[in-house]
Design a binder for this molecule. Structure first.
Ligand code: DX5
Ligand code: ZN
Length: 215
């Protein structure tokens, strides 16, 4: 099933409630956590997630761009995450496996994320326990970048691995998704499209979400 997921990194944080409301036609809400170490930027974290959780019933898709994420899985789950993605580059195999176990224990959906440098096969040790794989189509850290076209090949290869080992698993693409390239992103095998600027950069967010859905 196709899901369009507004990323609040592109919202106006002084009007966060209004912005979330304007994007409620989305299938989930994407929440980018950055620690200034794993990525060269710092965004927002647990207290903000708690407020967002109290404000909306939307499914909260939490993308942890932080080192050693196992340390924070439980806290983000308690703050209201429904699904958590941890980066394969952010920890050892043991750390990633531990983070996924922790997600299971906390009752949140499990995802791993790949920076452009990671090979699709890096998901294999975890593939059977995943609810979603997130493929970055920009270098993580900032919204508003241009989609890296060569990452569509990674999307195709991840889709092929999922078809083989976990066909029910969602495949999310994050970074630089626009109405112009959404068709190609879907054709490559993604069924979950994150969009920050392409939604919050438009006056009519419902129309922007529809356009991405139909692209
Ligand atoms: C980037 C974030 C993305 C970001 C996407 O590090 O992970 O979720 O919000 O923003 P756009 O759609 O503007 O590229
Ligand atoms: Zn993200």
């Amino acid at each position: 099933m196709l899901k369009i997921v507004p990323s609040i990194l592109a919202a106006d944080f002084c009007r966060l409630g209004e912005d979330i409301d304007s994007a409620k036609e989305g299938d989930m809400l994407h929440f980018d956590v950055m620690d200034g170490d794993f990525v060269p930027n710092i965004s927002f974290g647990i207290p903000v997630l708690r407020s967002v959780r109290a404000f909306t019933d939307m499914t909260l898709d939490v993308h942890l761009m932080i080192d050693d994420p196992v340390r924070y899985v439980e806290l983000f789950a308690q703050a209201g995450a429904d699904l958590i993605s941890v980066h394969l580059e952010a920890d050892t195999h043991q750390g990633i496996a531990g983070a996924l176990d922790e997600m299971g224990r906390c009752g949140v959906k499990r995802a791993v994320a790949l920076r452009p440098i990671s090979a699709p096969e890096a998901i294999l040790p975890y593939v059977d326990r995943l609810d979603m794989v997130l493929v970055m189509t920009v270098e993580p850290g900032f919204g508003g970048q241009k989609l890296i076209d060569s990452q569509l090949e990674t999307v195709r290869r991840v889709r092929a691995l999922l078809d083989k080992y976990n066909p029910g698993c969602d495949l999310e693409v994050d970074g630089g998704v626009t109405v112009q390239n959404a068709g190609r992103v879907k054709a490559a095998g993604a069924n979950v499209l994150v969009a920050g600027s392409a939604i919050f950069g438009q006056k009519d967010r419902a129309a922007a979400i529809r356009a991405l859905r139909e692209a």
